[in-house]
Design a protein around this ligand. Structure first.
Ligand code: G3P
Length: 216
């Protein structure tokens, strides 16, 4: 499973990339606002660090506006992936952009049937938001399982990009189901390594090593 960082913080992206853990990045207007930086500058910097897909979201709601913004964003780098909302205009833009060789991430997916539409529109990625479903007491991971089944039934090659992933448990659950990608805040990705028995084991080994009186 691929890991994408869900952030617009360049420093965090550089750190994860240096660790060899990063396959791509997703941003959205809220993350750009949080960074306090200019959208296109941030996307250009991220694309210079990360080889994989970097999602940059359009903000127009109409097809023409989305296509105009996408044309502008695509000029930034070859790995820019245009993120469009799951609306009729978004799906139309998705079809046009993917037909033109551009990667597209269809975002704000909350139902399996929406995901089917995105696959029919040729989406490169579908982004079901599992954490936001959990927020309203709906099991977001069930949505991932439904989409996996539908995509497998019809051999769609749209990748399932589990979004709004907030915990290590989410990551495990979507990996077990077979999501292609999980996009997570950097802290969640770094936290995946932690286990109390690993820490305890290191402590024990170091204490025993000390007893040997040897050095390396
Ligand atoms: O990038 C979209 C998604 O991952 C947002 O997550 O935590 O704001 O629901 P969250």
């Amino acid at each position: 499973m691929k890991f994408f960082a869900d952030t617009a913080e360049v420093k965090d992206i550089q750190e994860l990339n240096d660790l060899g853990l990063l396959d791509g990045v997703t941003t959205n207007p809220s993350l750009i606002a949080k960074s306090g930086r200019k959208f296109k500058d941030v996307i250009a910097e991220i694309c210079a660090i990360v080889e994989g897909p970097v999602s940059a979201e359009v903000v127009s709601l109409d097809y023409e506006g989305m296509m105009r913004e996408a044309a502008d964003l695509r000029k930034i780098a070859r790995n820019v992936t245009i993120k469009v909302p799951l609306t009729l205009d978004g799906l139309k833009a998705c079809k046009s952009l993917t037909s033109d060789g551009c990667m597209v991430n269809v975002t704000l997916c909350f139902s399996a049937i929406q995901a089917l539409l995105a696959a029919k529109a040729g989406a490169t990625f579908i982004s079901p938001f599992i954490g936001r479903l959990d927020d309203i007491h709906v099991d977001g991971t069930e949505l991932i399982a439904e989409i996996r089944q539908i995509y497998d039934n019809y051999a769609y090659d749209t990748e399932i990009l589990a979004a709004s992933v907030r915990t290590a448990l989410h990551v495990k659950q979507v990996a077990l189901i077979g999501a292609d990608v999980a996009t997570c805040p950097p802290a969640v990705i770094k936290g995946l390594v932690r286990h109390p028995l690993t820490d305890k084991g290191i402590e024990q080994f170091l204490a025993d090593w000390k007893k040997t009186g040897q050095t390396l």
